[in-house]
Design a protein around this ligand. Structure first.
Ligand SMILES: [Zn+2]
Length: 55
């Protein structure tokens, strides 16, 4: 199993790379979180199916 599940919003991701791409913020500053749907669109991602967009 290589799926990643977000601890904060419970979204599942098919791989760690897609998970990382959806996350934003800084670990040291404690601001790590998922992108909002609008933020994903602004980066050319599809919020409800990020994996297909990025493959
Ligand atoms: Zn999340």
């Amino acid at each position: 199993m290589s799926k990643s599940i977000c601890a904060s919003c419970s979204a599942t991701f098919p791989s760690v790379s897609t998970f990382d791409l959806r996350r934003t913020g800084s670990f040291p500053q404690g601001t790590r979180r998922c992108l909002l749907a609008d933020e994903m669109r602004a980066r050319g991602m599809v919020p409800d199916n990020i994996a297909r967009k990025l493959v």
